[in-house]
Design a protein around this ligand. Structure first.
Ligand code: PEP
Ligand code: MG
Length: 325
């Protein structure tokens, strides 16, 4: 199979109906970078910056981070890297940072909430990113944005840091894309102005699914209970696609589910045209998309809605079995 996937490396994921699905990879440590070449990823759709903070016993310095981000950008060459600012709290705890005990950490003081309440670390990180971009393009996204005001505040912090760095003599990024991770259902109903302001939206499927079904992604008793191929979840995804299309906002989906070929196919059938997944899953996902017709998958989803089903998984499994090799 490895050889089959290697042969597909430079081939775009174009389904039989002609629709193309952009496949990007998730990364977070230096060891991920060689996969950029090996997997054929178009870019890094999610760079989880917190991993660098979690792997250490003390807070990294700005210069260390800047050097690291510069290496990432260097390895990526012309490919886009979406750096997600620090997403700590919940399942990701930094041992050297004082945190309150929380009864419900997934819904607690985490991600952008920490970044906005105590902006010191996020600002340092943004400075490091601006320096690493060194006059080249820069793409930044903020995790767990739940309402427009949080996005505006986070974006303002970034714009202020860019001005400050420019005053210090660092070059301005040649182009800047500022995005929000959509991980809470509330953001789907944010004002139009939010979708217009965001340069792109990246669905954090792991968290979005957790909050959509109220099922803790860390809890073995419930984490597999609800299916990413549920008709309600796919309908919700379609609502997001529609809102982004209305505003002309670039949209992608990152989240572990999308690394499973059938799940990726369902998302593509629902209308997602960009996925960011683990590099090792790009080959299998691409192989299935190449064999499928996304308009047929869209029809299967519509039929499941009409029939009042909870999940389209059985239908999609038989569809995939019926496909020519
Ligand atoms: C997600 O929530 O789907 C996501 C991509 O971010 P993380 O898994 O790091 O929370
Ligand atoms: Mg998340």
């Amino acid at each position: 199979a490895a050889e089959r996937y290697a042969a597909l490396r430079d081939k775009p994921a174009i389904a039989r109906c002609g629709a193309q699905v952009a496949l990007h990879m998730n990364a977070g440590i230096m060891a991920d970078l060689p996969s950029l070449e090996g997997s054929g990823a178009e870019g890094v759709g999610l760079f989880r910056t917190e991993l660098q903070f979690l792997l250490r016993n003390s807070m990294p310095r700005r210069s260390e981070l800047a050097a690291l981000y510069a290496r990432v950008l260097d390895a990526a060459g012309d490919r886009r890297v979406a750096f997600r600012t620090l997403d700590i709290g919940s399942d990701k705890v930094m041992p050297y940072m004082n945190r309150p005990e929380e009864p419900n950490p997934a819904m607690g003081w985490r991600a952008i909430r920490v970044g906005l309440d105590k902006p010191g670390v996020m600002r340092m990180q943004l400075q490091a990113l601006i320096r690493a971009a060194n006059g080249g393009p820069l793409t930044v996204m903020f995790p767990l944005i739940a309402e427009m005001g949080e996005f505006i505040s986070a974006r303002d912090i970034l714009l202020r840091e860019i001005e400050r760095e420019a005053r210090l003599g660092h070059p301005l990024p040649k182009s800047l894309e500022v995005g929000a991770m959509l991980e809470t259902p509330s953001l789907v109903y944010a004002p139009d102005a939010f979708f217009q302001l965001a340069d792109f939206i990246s669905i954090g499927g792991n968290d979005l699914k957790q909050f959509f079904f109220a099922a803790d992604r860390e809890n073995e008793l419930v984490r597999r209970r609800y299916d990413g191929l549920s008709v309600s979840f796919l309908t919700f995804i379609q609502k997001i696609i529609e809102r982004c299309a209305e505003a002309g906002t670039r949209l992608s989906f990152c989240g572990e589910d999308a690394g499973r070929p059938i799940d990726a196919l369902a998302l593509a059938g629902a209308g997602m045209r960009a996925l960011s997944i683990r590099p090792a899953t790009i080959g299998p996902v691409k192989e299935l998309i190449l064999r499928a017709d996304l308009s047929e998958v869209a029809q299967i989803i519509e039929d499941a809605k009409q029939q009042g089903l909870d999940s389209v998984r059985p239908q999609l499994v038989s569809y995939v079995r019926s496909l020519p090799p």
